[in-house]
Design a protein around this ligand. Structure first.
Ligand code: TRP
Ligand code: SF4
Length: 400
């Protein structure tokens, strides 16, 4: 409906590790080459579960941003900002809360899961239950249509889409909508107006999804439309409502699972992570002491790479030839584990070299990061304000 826009957020957990890099950041880098991107530190989200330990948030945010910049997130292409600096997120969270059925929130799978997993904490809180509403506000406030997330976030995205639909259904009602929509069609010009009508009919009468998409594409390209008309034409395609908040799509890229040095999922809280800005000696030591296939007690015991946490790292860092070398060497006891790990150590260190170099500038002068983020916050705020004007108006709060 609007230009393609990517948005994603990460909770500030401090320094990024190679799991973040291969699981998310590389994807973000790719997306910034093609789209307008917004990436933010979800500091309020951190408080929904860690409300008792606020002291680490700020430091974690800056560490995280240094790593984003160090891997190549380019502030000229991507807007990077802090959630809590854009108060409009809170306003939209509050307003979406009015139409968010409690039952929907209780049914989000992560709600019960997390309560069980984080059993040392009391999560029977309003803020924690409302987490997905806040996530909806984060996304909808930028009218982002693409949201790169992991598998675990798909149910949240589904809820975001349902909330957007519900919002448009309730607040997109407009007196004289039909007439206004028809007038907007005329403004498309006669050739495009005809095509719009035909595609709309094909969708409404035959449920032709391709026609719906074609019509949306056509509207995307129609540059001369006022925002209100654009919303009406998008809404009119599907029904009789303006589309004030477009529904976002999750961008699921299949990213490798990166095991930590103990074979569990890599995570700071498990103490098994290899950080992006880790010195070479420490990387070497961590990989050398990394667990291997428990069946390989002696050098002469053959092993099975699929049972070894080192193998998934080879799948990320090694080419086919070296992977074949690992397979053969491991299963025939032709190579030792340290021998197997050495090329991996070299590859991780080589990958980190440019990251260290780019980070240095920001470590030497932290005001650079502050300035980039201040600029990003300002850009984000402008976009958020635009949406909020429409939202307030639709909800009867314009007070003009
Ligand atoms: N919920 C996400 C997580 O815990 C972080 C997040 C918050 C997010 N708001 C978002 C991700 C909006 C994508 C879009 O990982
Ligand atoms: Fe793992 Fe490599 Fe040792 Fe096989 S040889 S057990 S893949 S470290």
């Amino acid at each position: 409906m609007f230009a393609d826009r990517v948005l994603s957020g990460m909770r500030p957990t401090g320094r990024m590790h190679i799991g973040h890099y291969h699981g998310a950041l590389k994807n973000w880098l790719r997306l910034q080459e093609e789209y307008e991107c917004l990436y933010f530190a979800a500091d309020w989200h951190a408080l929904t579960t860690h409300y008792e330990t606020p002291e680490r948030i700020e430091e974690s945010v800056w560490e995280m941003f240094i790593d984003w910049l160090a891997v190549g997130i380019n502030p000229a292409r991507s807007t990077i900002f802090i959630q809590s600096r854009i108060l409009e997120h809170a306003e939209l969270t509050l307003l979406l809360g009015m139409i968010a059925p409690v039952g929907w929130l209780e049914r989000v799978p992560t709600y019960k899961d997390q309560q069980e997993k984080l059993s040392d904490r009391d999560l029977a809180n309003y803020g924690f239950l409302g987490y997905p509403v806040m996530q909806a506000a984060d996304i909808l406030i930028y009218r982002a249509n693409m949201v790169p997330v992991g598998e675990d976030q798909v149910s949240h995205l589904e809820l975001v889409r349902e909330l957007a639909r519900r919002f448009n259904y309730i607040y997109g009602r407009e007196p004289g909508f039909e007439d206004k929509a028809k007038a907007a069609i005329k403004k498309l010009g006669s050739r495009r107006a005809k095509r719009y009508e035909a595609l709309r009919t094909a969708f409404q009468e035959q449920g032709d999804e391709a026609a719906l998409q074609a019509a949306r594409d056509m509207l995307d390209e129609a540059q001369n439309l006022a925002l209100g008309d654009r919303e009406r034409l998008f809404g009119y395609l599907e029904g009789s409502r303006r589309m004030i908040l477009p529904e976002p799509q999750p961008l699921l890229t299949d990213t490798p699972k990166v095991p930590g040095i103990d074979g569990q999922k890599m995570s700071k809280s498990y103490g098994n992570a290899i950080y992006l800005r880790e010195d070479a000696a420490s990387v070497t030591q961590k990989i050398r002491t990394m667990q291997t296939d428990p069946a390989r007690v002696h050098r002469s015991d053959p092993g099975t790479p699929e049972k070894c946490p080192v193998w998934p790292l080879h799948q990320i860092y090694s080419d086919q030839v070296r992977q074949a070398w690992v397979q053969r060497g491991c299963t025939t006891a032709g190579i030792g584990c340290l021998e197997c790990k050495q090329p991996l150590i070299d590859a991780v260190i080589a990958e980190q070299q440019p990251i260290h170099e780019r980070a240095q500038k920001y470590l030497d002068d932290p005001s650079l990061v502050r300035a980039i983020v201040a600029d990003g916050c300002e850009r984000a705020r402008k976009l958020a304000e635009e949406t909020m004007r429409d939202v307030r108006e639709a909800m009867g709060l314009a007070y003009s």
